[in-house]
Design a binder for this molecule. Structure first.
Ligand code: S3P
Length: 249
C-alpha cells in the first residue's frame, strides 16, 4: 500500500496511523483510527518562519506551498492532509509520487535496488513537484523522513523559497506510533529496524530537521489543532473551491 497522494482525506485523521499498500492500486489514507492528541508548541522559530515571507496563495513558489518534514511517525501526512482540507489546498505525499513514477512501492524500491536508488527517485520527484509549483497552484507536501536530510533536497527547497515545517515529537512517541502503524495497518517502513537504530538515526537527523523554517511540537494535540497552528503561524489563506457550478467557498 502506498501513501495517499490525493488531497484532503479525513479531517480528523489521527497522527498515529500510517498505512502503506503492498499494491500501488490500493491508495488509502496513511493515517486512520482513533483521534490522537498531539501537541503544538511554536518556538522562537515562529519569527524566523514569518520573517520576510510573502505567503499569499498563488504568489509564486514561496507563497503557495508548504513542505512538512520530520522523522518517521511524525504525522507529516496526517497533518498535511488536515491542513490541505482546512485551506482547500492540494495535499501530496512525496512517497506516493515516487511510487507512482517508479511503478512500485517505496518498500519495493528499497528491497530491489537499495536506499541509494530510492534517494535518487526521491530527489527527482521533489524536483518535479517544485517545478510544477512554479506554474502556480497550491500544495501541502509531506516529505519522507529522510528527504530533508539529503543536502541536495534541502538545497532544492531553499532555492524554491518554500516554507518548511518540522513536526517534532519525543523519539519514544515516534517509535510507538511507528510500531502501532506497523501492527495495525501493516505499514512498511524499510528503515524501521531496532529501537536503538531508530534512536540513533533520529538523533542524527533531528539536527537537520531543526533547520526548517518552523518547528512544531506534536505531543498532546489533535492533527487539526496542529494544522490550524501551521496555517496561523505561516499566515496561509484558504482558497475558494472551484466546481463546475462555480465557487463554493
Ligand atoms: C524514510 C521514511 C519514509 C520513506 C522511506 C524512507 C526515511 O517516509 O520515505 O521509507 O528515510 O526516514 P515516512 O517518514 O513518511 O515514514
Amino acid at each position: 500500500m502506498v501513501k495517499s497522494t490525493s488531497e484532503n482525506a479525513q479531517k480528523s485523521s489521527p497522527i498515529a496511523t500510517k498505512r502503506k499498500a503492498a499494491h500501488l492500486k490500493k491508495r488509502s489514507a496513511k493515517k486512520a483510527g482513533a483521534r490522537k492528541r498531539v501537541g503544538v508548541r511554536s518556538t522562537a522559530l515562529r519569527e524566523k518562519a514569518l520573517c520576510g515571507k510573502a505567503l499569499a496563495p498563488g504568489a509564486g513558489t514561496s507563497g503557495n506551498a508548504v513542505f512538512l518534514v520530520g522523522f518517521m511517525g511524525a504525522g507529516k501526512s496526517s497533518v498535511g492532509r488536515a491542513l490541505g482540507q482546512r485551506l482547500n489546498w492540494l495535499f501530496e505525499d512525496l512517497d506516493d509520487r515516487i511510487a507512482f513514477r517508479e511503478g512500485r512501492t517505496v518498500a519495493e524500491i528499497f528491497r530491489d535496488n537499495g536506499e541509494p536508488e530510492f534517494r535518487r527517485a526521491e530527489h527527482a520527484a521533489l524536483k518535479q513537484v517544485l517545478q510544477e509549483l512554479r506554474g502556480g497552484g497550491t500544495r501541502i507536501v509531506a516529505l519522507g523522513g529522510g528527504a530533508f536530510v539529503q543536502s541536495g533536497n534541502a538545497a532544492l527547497l531553499k532555492a524554491g523559497g518554500v516554507p518548511t515545517v518540522f513536526l517534532d515529537a519525543p523519539v519514544d512517541e515516534l517509535w510507538q506510533r511507528c510500531c502501532k502503524q506497523a501492527s495495525e495497518s501493516g505499514t512498511e517502513r524499510p528503515l524501521l529496524s531496532s529501537r536503538d537504530r531508530f534512536g540513533e538515526l533520529h538523533a542524527t537527523r533531528r539536527r537537520t530537521y531543526l533547520k526548517a523554517a518552523l518547528k512544531i511540537e506534536t505531543g498532546g494535540r489533535t492533527v487539526d489543532a496542529i494544522a490550524a497552528e501551521i496555517a496561523d503561524v505561516l499566515g496561509l489563506k484558504k482558497i475558494a473551491l472551484r466546481t463546475e457550478q462555480g465557487e463554493v467557498e
